[in-house]
Design a protein around this ligand. Structure first.
Ligand SMILES: Nc1ncnc2c1ncn2[C@@H]1O[C@H](COP(=O)(O)OP(=O)(O)OP(=O)(O)O)[C@@H](O)[C@H]1O
Ligand SMILES: [Mg+2]
Length: 255
């Protein structure tokens, strides 16, 4: 699928410090994410999760530090990394179909004077298949549920050729069935060898959903398997008693 060596980290962040004001939102974060994993980013409100995602995408400029995507500095990695917007974050008054939305991922590959070619249509079809939205190809995107819209955005990212997908709280405000459907698609994308980094706030499902977790509160407190990261002492330190499901977590046998 890609020409990168298997050992190249999907994302490598080194000594990343990001500030909006006097106090850094992220401080000296170093993190190396292997390819082909589904990674959750957890931490309390305002801990810098969204800022980490934006930094990896190159949307915010760090004070210090570097971000590499598949070994490339983020300026050269455009297209390899894609942000999947949240459901309902786009106002779809504009009439555009599912297929046309996914085709937007091809725009960077198609010269402006050309229409999408056969290969572009094949790529879009594969992407819609992957997210289980091919049957909806001619529907207006504004008529879909939030969870379906989000899957179309994932298809657009795949059509773009992204090997690393970033999602900020994709499960926020969705019902249990939609959450399952989105998770199923995340797992399918992972099975294709791609890497997903997902901001998540529900600690109760974090161990089940993710291969690795990054626990942040301005600094990176831990990165590793859910069993390593969801350690009661660590969570108590980071969440400072604001953790209601704590006893539930302790009661579970974590991997
Ligand atoms: N555009 C901005 N301008 C100024 N400060 C910001 C901006 N974006 C975020 N911040 C601040 O940076 C810190 C980290 O914010 P961030 O949005 O990354 O946290 P988060 O972990 O995603 O929070 P939440 O769980 O509420 O989504 C917070 O203190 C926040 O107020
Ligand atoms: Mg956030």
């Amino acid at each position: 699928m890609n020409s990168f060596s298997d050992n190249t980290p999907a994302v490598e962040v080194e000594h990343l410090t990001v500030s909006y004001g006097p106090k850094p939102a992220l401080l000296d974060i170093s993190l190396s994410v292997e390819q082909g994993l589904l990674v959750g980013v957890i931490g309390p409100n305002g801990s810098g999760k969204s800022t980490l995602v934006k930094s990896i995408l190159g949307f915010v400029k760090p004070d210090v530090g570097t971000v590499k995507i598949l070994g490339l500095p983020s300026e050269s990695a455009k297209g390899l990394v894609a942000y999947v917007p949240q459901r309902g974050s786009v106002d779809w008054d504009y009439p555009i179909t599912v297929e046309q939305t996914a085709m937007m991922g091809r725009y960077g590959h198609i010269p402006w004077w050309k229409d999408p070619g056969r290969r572009d249509h094949e790529i879009v079809e594969e992407a819609l298949d992957m997210v289980r939205m091919a049957d909806f190809r001619h529907q207006q995107i504004g008529q879909l549920s939030g969870g379906q819209q989000q899957r179309v955005f994932m298809a657009r990212a795949l059509a773009q050729g992204a090997d690393v997908l970033l999602l900020d709280e994709p499960f926020a405000g969705v019902d249990a069935a939609t959450e399952r459907a989105i998770l199923d698609v995340l797992d399918r994308i992972k099975a294709s060898g791609r890497t997903l980094i997902v901001v998540h706030h529900d600690l109760a499902t974090a161990a089940e959903y993710f291969d690795r977790l990054a626990l942040i509160k301005q600094r990176l407190y831990a990165y590793g398997s859910p069993g390593q990261v969801l350690h009661p002492d660590l969570l108590a330190e980071v969440y400072e008693g604001r953790l209601k499901i704590f006893t539930d977590l302790e009661a579970r046998a974590l991997p």
